[in-house]
Write a protein that binds this ligand. Structure first.
Ligand code: DAH
Length: 344
């Protein structure tokens, strides 16, 4: 029996030695130490031994079990470590590989120009306001001294929704809305950027939807010279310190007198070129002193209060400043066009 036990030990140890797979190792364990394993089988025969032999064989049997168990455990650790190592190798990340580039966006050129203009006027004490794009006929026209059937309504072909509702044709209604809010009680300065809509055929210089920035300053004793001063600062900050401005007489129903402001052409410095069509001047915006009717409808006493207003198109300003020659570029969202200005 002792011989048998030794033989089992030797056989088991050599099998453990050879095995290279955790599952097979488990099978060996079962085959020798399991309930039906060969060692267990041999030990069952111990009952037939003499009382003197039993403890001797028992001790050997224990040593054999010990030896096989230890060998299996050691091998188990070795195989587990090897498996872990293999998995780590397979899943390893090469931190030296270059990363995938992330595409970085940026604000739209129009947004940038609008924000630049906002900052400039905020610096001069103006608040930034908003108004609805779906506007009433009253605010879009009537409150701006354009009664129904006024011929100047034709200046702005409109998208009507109902008889009384339309897509605003300009940001000027925000003038009337702001005056209403201040209730004729105190002076204020505001600008209002926003989208406007006209029934126009789109081409390089026209769009059925574009943006405007309205400005309004109402207070006691606001004069035309104040308007000229503010426009001068605006033109120089936006287009460069050596730009000059000039005001030409014009007509808008909501201002009296009305003017159009030109800046001296940057390309030819006022000498005349194809950008300024030989005149040396480029038209930038409309402005004027707020018409007494408009003040009155806004709740301001025109004998006490006066004001100036202006309206400009950020597209036009962006086109001049950045040399864009087609207004449609602003709305096509072609990233090749847009990304040129991300660093500008
Ligand atoms: N609302 C005018 C337009 O869309 C622009 C304008 C001109 C606004 C003169 C003004 C202004 O506030 O004073 O054509």
């Amino acid at each position: 029996m002792q011989e048998q036990l030794k033989a089992i030990q030797q056989e088991a140890l050599s099998k453990v030695e050879e095995v290279n797979d955790l599952k097979e190792l488990q099978a060996i364990k079962v085959a020798y130490l399991g309930k039906k394993g060969s060692l267990t089988q041999v030990l069952r025969g111990m009952g037939k031994l003499s009382p003197e032999e039993r403890p001797v064989v028992g001790e050997i049997a224990n040593q054999v079990r010990e030896a096989i168990t230890t060998a299996i455990e050691e091998k188990n650790t070795i195989l587990e470590n090897a498996a872990l190592e293999k998995q780590l190798q397979a899943e390893s990340i090469d931190v030296t590989l270059p990363g995938r580039p992330v595409k970085v966006g940026g604000p739209h050129l129009l947004t940038k120009v609008i924000e630049e203009i906002e900052d400039l006027f905020i610096g001069m004490g103006y608040e930034v306001r908003e108004g609805p794009e779906v506007e009433t006929d009253y605010y879009n026209f009537e409150a701006l001294n354009l009664p129904k059937d006024h011929p100047a309504r034709d200046m702005q072909d409109s998208f009507y929704i109902t008889n009384e509702l339309l897509l605003r044709t300009h940001t000027s209604p925000v003038q009337a809305r702001t005056m209403k809010e201040y209730n004729g009680e105190k002076g204020f300065k505001m600008i209002c950027p926003g989208k406007v809509y006209r029934r126009d055929t789109d081409d390089a210089t026209h769009s059925h939807q574009f943006t405007q920035i309205e400005g309004l300053y109402v207070d006691k004793d606001v004069k035309m010279s104040d308007l000229k001063g503010v426009l001068n600062v605006f033109a120089k900050r936006m287009f460069g310190e050596d730009r000059k401005i000039r005001l030409r007489p014009s007509f808008f129903p909501f201002t009296e007198p009305s003017v159009e402001m030109d800046i001296s052409c940057k390309v030819c410095d006022g000498h005349g070129c194809n950008v300024c069509k030989g005149t040396g001047w480029i038209e930038i915006l409309g402005a004027g002193m707020v018409h007494p009717n408009v003040l009155e409808m806004g709740g301001y006493d025109p004998n006490v209060y006066s004001g100036f207003a202006f309206g400009m198109g950020p597209e036009r300003i962006a086109m001049l400043k950045y040399g864009v020659n087609d207004i449609r570029q602003f709305y096509l969202n072609d990233s090749r066009f847009l990304k040129q200005f991300h660093q500008a």
